[in-house]
Design a protein around this ligand. Structure first.
Ligand SMILES: Cc1cc2nc3c(=O)[nH]c(=O)nc-3n(C[C@H](O)[C@H](O)[C@H](O)COP(=O)(O)OP(=O)(O)OC[C@H]3O[C@@H](n4cnc5c(N)ncnc54)[C@H](O)[C@@H]3O)c2cc1C
Length: 588
């Protein structure tokens, strides 16, 4: 076998796999996998986002799903590659209702990881490329309705005389990306956004904010950024892009529209969604409700003893936008993750005296180092090697979460060695560093807890220089009229406290809008159940509740950074489209 080319090896394996599946021989399929193996499925077999870990989990999944999935026509796509003892190949296939694609990795002729991902529903393909709409009827028509007239009619009727199939609460990048996917699939959708303009979710953040991730990672679906776009997008520019995007993608986007309440009638299989649209109250009756209300839930407010005595201002970072009024003041930033660092720099640039209070250690990575070592498949060099954003997204998705630590640990060993001098200086400045409980760094922290890290775009340098003071290793005891007292007996002057203490889980927004009972039934969002601090088990193998069916019928969560939102919006949209078309979607 080993004298064969990688493509031949992959083709032989795929042929055996396909035959075993077609004959319904689950044991024979399982025998094609290594003892330690992973099958990640995005909808094709499971109508879920699920990773089966180990042969018995694969067997159980196939026993439950194979007969109705009817997979067929497995074909290797392009040339397979070899890296050490691993052969990697892309493939396409079909099920009874969909077309799919995937990536498999073989070691010694057996499979260690396989990704199967739905590409499109048969008979419901997107109108793109050769299928694109003509945009005109080339014939005389005294009753002609122009594009603008049709668009206005749709805007006037949807939500009033015609109900949307889906309502998305939240018109940030997540709601907008999902709205665009649903529009393409012909699923009538309204996006509710409490802000006055699309893009305000970025505009309203603090003035110095620039995206931390590079442009190649940040594209929205369908309309990539042009190639003169800066590597790091300033927040207001991002806001303008989203506003433009919502308009040209013809989304039914309701600005100044706050979703107040929502309840589900399980008999009628319909939501009642109460909306304050400007001065008007509107009730919508969609079949599905998506929470795209932000990566996190409501702000985690700070509670400090002595607050009633404090003469200064206490505010959460979510309400901080501009440091001008803090010029010359003693400002204390509580927290030491991304927002805390950015707020600290903004305050410093505004002429405030800043102290950062750090309760637990933070993972810090130099932006340049991260770009070079961790974003290599989302870069100009990757594009030159033919790795488009779509290809990179699939490669990332093909790696099961369980295997990420083993790829991240060596990466962070390299990062630490490369920037040893920087880390030493930061530690000397009194800043407590860590690289996660198992030394796997920033990305694992992001997946596990969504907190406790910072990509250094300037704050760490100010800390090293002593321009931003750090108070670490002790807890705040209480506030006095104009100071903060610490448990170690020290005291610092304070005119303002900015709590960069993070947010509650996204499901708390469900408690506010639907009910406590539904929120508790659905449970927290994000986190893998890794059993590391802040990410309690049991192990899930996937991110909790995101982009897939939840414990509440017809309630969905969508969001994440631009990259996650771009990729997974497709799968949320396919799940909703299938339901709208009455396609069976038994969830495994
Ligand atoms: C300093 C910093 C840097 C960041 N850098 C990056 C980066 O480089 N790349 C990246 O991808 N991400 C970055 N992020 C993360 C970014 O916050 C999220 O990726 C992004 O905001 C998530 O988009 P979203 O649409 O899920 O949520 P949001 O942008 O928060 O949008 C949610 C929307 O829901 C609306 N909403 C909430 N409740 C209601 C309601 N009841 N009714 C109507 N509307 C409602 C809100 O007004 C808001 O507009 C950064 C964040 C910070 C703080």
């Amino acid at each position: 076998m080993l004298d064969r080319s990688p493509t031949q090896q992959a083709a032989i394996w795929l042929h055996s796999f396909s035959e075993a599946l077609e004959s319904g021989n689950v044991a024979a399929v399982s025998a094609l996998f290594l003892e330690e193996c992973y099958w990640r499925d995005l909808l094709t077999f499971t109508w879920n986002i699920k990773t089966m870990e180990g042969r018995s989990a694969i067997e159980a999944m196939l026993s439950a799903t194979l007969a109705r999935t009817k997979p067929s026509d497995w074909q290797i796509a392009g040339e397979a590659t070899r890296d050490g003892d691993t052969v990697e190949a892309w493939f396409t296939f079909e099920t009874a209702v969909a077309r799919g694609e995937g990536i498999l990795r073989l070691t010694d002729g057996r499979c260690r990881t396989i990704l199967t991902a739905m590409r499109e529903l048969k008979g419901h393909e997107e109108k793109r490329g050769r299928r694109r709409a003509l945009g005109v009827r080339h014939e005389a028509d005294p009753n002609r309705e122009t594009w603008l007239e049709a668009r206005r009619r749709e805007e006037a009727s949807l939500g009033y005389s015609k109900q949307p199939y889906c309502v998305i609460i939240g018109g940030g990048q997540g709601g907008i990306a999902l709205g665009a996917r649903l529009k393409q699939l012909g699923v009538p959708t309204i996006i509710l956004e409490k802000n006055a303009r699309a893009g305000d979710s970025w505009r309203k953040r603090y003035r110095s904010l620039v995206l931390h991730d590079p442009v190649w990672y940040d594209h929205m679906p369908y309309i990539p950024f042009p190639d003169n776009w800066p590597v790091f997008t300033p927040k207001d520019k991002m806001g303008d892009w989203l506003e433009m995007y919502a308009k040209v993608m013809e989304l039914n986007y309701w600005p100044s529209s706050r979703c107040r309440r929502a309840s589900y009638d399980s008999e009628r299989k319909e939501w009642t969604v109460e909306v304050d649209r400007g001065d008007e109250s509107v009730v919508l009756k969609p079949r599905h409700l998506v929470f795209a209300t932000g990566a996190y839930g409501p702000p985690r407010e700070i509670e400090l003893a002595g607050t009633e005595d404090f003469a200064g201002e206490i505010l959460h970072s979510s309400r901080y936008s501009d440091g001008t009024r803090f010029k010359g003041k003693n400002c204390v930033v509580v927290g030491a993750a991304s927002s805390a660092h950015d707020v600290a720099v903004d305050l410093w640039e505004s002429g405030a005296k800043v102290t950062m209070v750090q309760r637990s250690p933070t993972t810090v990575v130099q932006s340049g180092t991260l770009m070079e070592l961790a974003f290599d498949i989302y870069s100009e060099a990757a594009i030159e090697r033919g790795i488009t954003t779509e290809i990179a997204d699939m490669k990332v998705a093909s790696m099961p979460f369980a295997l990420l630590p083993e790829t991240q640990k060596p990466l962070y060993d390299r990062i630490r060695a490369r920037d040893a001098d920087f880390y030493e200086k930061l530690a000397q400045a009194g800043f407590a560093l860590d690289f996660g409980p198992d030394e796997t760094g920033l990305m694992m922290k992001a997946y596990r807890t969504g907190s406790g890290y910072y990509i250094n775009v300037g704050a760490s340098d100010l800390i090293i220089k002593g321009e931003i003071a750090v108070k670490s290793g002790t807890e705040i005891e209480r506030l006095t009229r104009n100071t903060i007292k610490f448990r170690d007996g020290s005291e610092i002057p304070a005119d303002a406290v900015i709590a960069c203490t993070g947010y509650h889980s996204m499901h708390e927004t469900v408690a506010e809008i639907v009910s406590r009972e539904v929120a508790d039934r659905v449970g927290p969002c994000w986190g893998l159940g890794s059993g590391t601090p802040g990410d309690p088990g049991p192990w899930q193998g996937e991110l909790r509740n995101m982009w897939k069916p939840t414990a509440q019928e017809a309630l969905w969560f969508h969001g994440g950074n631009l990259a996650l939102s771009r990729f997974y919006s497709k799968f949320v949209a396919l799940q909703l489209k299938a339901r709208m078309e009455g396609i069976e979607t038994p969830v495994y």
